[in-house]
Design a protein around this ligand. Structure first.
Ligand code: CIZ
Length: 308
């Protein structure tokens, strides 16, 4: 391990690169990163990078976002196939068709899109939200306007509840958060009655209802930091988040909520980035995120939603 770590650090120096890593990456990658965070924190951090190259250890839409906000930088993604089931569930032509149908019915609406989407979808949206800023952004949508929320129906239904806004929900979901087992969660709560349950808002309502706290990953960190006494936490989000929680707030104990078919729930797309592919992408200068025509209009929406 030491060898590959040293190799990556030397290549990072040679290539004048900054490594940004999402909390859903393996701990060994998070440990090497210059900045770790959720997609909002990483998007903002990308605008402050002073090296010519950003290596984004996350999934494709996150690296695309970093490129859009920093067109002059070289943005590398260790494996271009690191996709997202939510982004896949919402192709831009299908969203455009629904928007045209709603307009044809005379409905007044704005499209609020989760950052887990392609640039082409962002380009036809009014707002982009992350789990960290969704409530604030939704408050910027005029009260007399409906909201078309895409692509995550679970996050959308959670936001309907907390904002009281009426929403038309796209039928998408995250393959990781969709499959937590409520039966196993209830069993774990019986075994550990003092434990607190944390759930990501991408989880279905049956998991959220069983939870003491619902929030994105940054909000989870703040919540556990606020608990002074050592506590057991059952955590319903991508299992690599436990590494970050253990690293940042080690006084607590963290237990992954199992998935229906697995003991802990990891994103197969995030897992495409490994120490080896990270090293190789620094060595080869690629794969690189290249500018596409839809990045222009998508960038405007991103900037007003995330940076102002
Ligand atoms: O916003 C993100 O980065 C995602 C996908 C989850 C979270 O809450 O960090």
């Amino acid at each position: 391990m030491a060898d590959i770590y040293d190799e990556i650090l030397a290549l990072k120096e040679r290539e004048n690169a900054t490594i940004l890593a999402h909390y859903y990456q393996e701990g060994e990658i998070q440990e090497l990163a210059d900045v770790t965070g959720d997609s909002l924190k990483l998007a903002r951090a990308a605008t402050e990078v002073d090296t010519g190259t950003i290596v984004f250890c996350g999934v494709h839409f996150m690296a695309e976002t970093a490129k859009m906000l920093n067109p002059e930088k070289r943005v590398l993604l260790p494996d271009l196939r690191a996709g997202c089931s939510l982004a896949d569930s919402c192709p831009a032509p299908a969203l455009a068709k629904l928007q045209a149908k709603l307009r044809g019915e005379g409905r007044r609406f704005q499209t609020v899109t989760y950052i887990n989407s392609t640039a082409a979808v962002k380009a036809i949206s009014d707002w982009i939200v992350t789990s960290g800023n969704a409530e604030q952004v939704i408050r910027r949508v005029p009260e007399d306007t409906e909201i078309l929320f895409a692509p995550d129906k679970h996050l959308g239904s959670y936001l309907q509840g907390v904002t009281g806004r009426s929403m038309i929900l796209w039928d998408g979901s995250c393959m990781v958060h969709e499959v937590f087992s409520v039966i196993d969660l209830i069993r774990a709560k019986r075994r550990m009655p003092a434990a607190l349950t944390l759930a990501h808002p991408e989880c279905p309502v049956n998991i959220r209802e069983q939870s003491d706290f619902v929030g994105g990953t940054e909000a989870m960190i703040r919540f556990v930091e606020d608990q002074a006494e050592p506590t057991d936490f059952l955590v319903a989000t991508e299992a690599n988040m436990l590494w970050q929680l253990e690293n940042k707030v080690p006084r607590h104990r963290y237990h992954p909520v199992p998935g229906i078919t697995c003991a802990c729930n990891k994103c197969p797309h995030m897992a495409r980035n490994t120490l080896e592919t990270l090293r190789d992408c620094l060595k080869n200068g690629g794969p690189e995120i290249l500018w596409k025509p839809e990045f222009g209009p998508a960038t405007e929406v991103l900037r007003r939603s995330l940076l102002s």
